[in-house]
Design a protein around this ligand. Structure first.
Ligand SMILES: [Zn+2]
Length: 285
């Protein structure tokens, strides 16, 4: 049995001012981890191998300080019936000081490049590696005008006036264009996968593949958060709190913890060609 290395009382929070109070569950010992991974590998015929997967880079808005907001989109197979398309979002750095969330999704984008078009399915995968570029530039949790972008949604518990930030308005427009079925929202530093009351089964594969614990809610009110917005709009939001370190040097190791889980979150299975670790390449980059 592995030691549980997540100790809430010792957390020095970059994410909130008081320690989290969520309960956590673990599903597997490390030994059973690979068994689960193996069950979720998928193979495809390689006839389209030479045609690389296409990733659209779309500017969906501008930040308060006029920085571009980028989404990287893998569209579904062109013959997919529109009603069957599922839009899966992966977003990072709503909080600008959670630097390694962005690096992790940037590594994922790099790892997507060699995949062939045969991996296209009914999903539209929308990756936003840098949700809060103004905060990120200053290593600051908040966006311009001290707005917390994960408290800026117009939810039933939010203060009047939400949404205030152009980043939130732009994201909501993107959600109108591509309504979300599921959103993976990457934060730091608690090393836990958090889900809403009805989404445990959806969140479980991520927890198992990363060997992160699973928790429900965060144990403190988050009015105006994307999680609450999702609950009120029937969108499954899974908040992935990555490991603690914000140092660039540690980013490859944090990515390695969640790499297969991210592939599975995006594609619904792990493309066999993506199984190989890229850790050595990342460390030597
Ligand atoms: Zn955060």
């Amino acid at each position: 049995m592995r030691r549980i290395n997540f100790i809430p009382v010792l957390v020095v929070s970059a994410c909130i001012s008081t320690g989290p109070a969520f309960s956590e569950k673990r599903y597997l010992s490390s030994g059973a981890h690979w068994e689960f991974v193996e069950k979720n590998i998928c193979e495809k015929p390689d006839k389209l191998l030479k045609q690389r997967i296409k990733i659209e880079r779309k500017q969906y808005g501008k930040s308060a300080q006029r920085r571009p907001l980028w989404a990287y989109i893998i569209h579904p197979r062109p013959d997919t019936e529109a009603s069957l398309v599922k839009n899966i979002y992966l977003i990072a750095a709503q909080h600008g000081d959670e630097l390694n969330t962005t690096r992790v999704l940037e590594y994922f984008l790099q790892d997507l490049q060699p995949l062939s078009r045969s991996w296209l399915n009914h999903r539209r995968i929308i990756i936003i590696p840098l949700y809060n570029p103004d905060g990120y530039k200053k290593h600051n949790r908040l966006a311009h005008d001290n707005i917390d972008l994960n408290r800026d949604f117009a939810t039933s518990d939010a203060p009047e006036g939400n949404p205030k930030a152009p980043e939130t308005h732009a994201f909501l427009k993107l959600l109108e264009l591509y309504p979300a079925n599921r959103i993976y929202n990457f934060h730091q530093p608690f090393r836990v996968v958090l889900h809403g009351p009805d989404d445990e089964e959806l969140a479980k594969p991520f927890a198992i593949m990363s060997d992160y614990p699973l928790g429900q809610g965060v144990g403190y009110p988050t009015p105006g958060s994307l999680g609450i917005y999702g609950r009120e709009h029937k969108i499954s939001v899974i908040t992935v709190e990555l490991s603690r370190s914000m140092r660039k040097l540690m980013a490859p190791f944090i990515y390695e913890e969640v790499r297969l889980a991210i592939f599975h979150a995006a594609f619904g299975c792990i493309p066999k060609t993506a199984l190989k670790s890229t850790l050595e390449k990342r460390v030597s980059d």
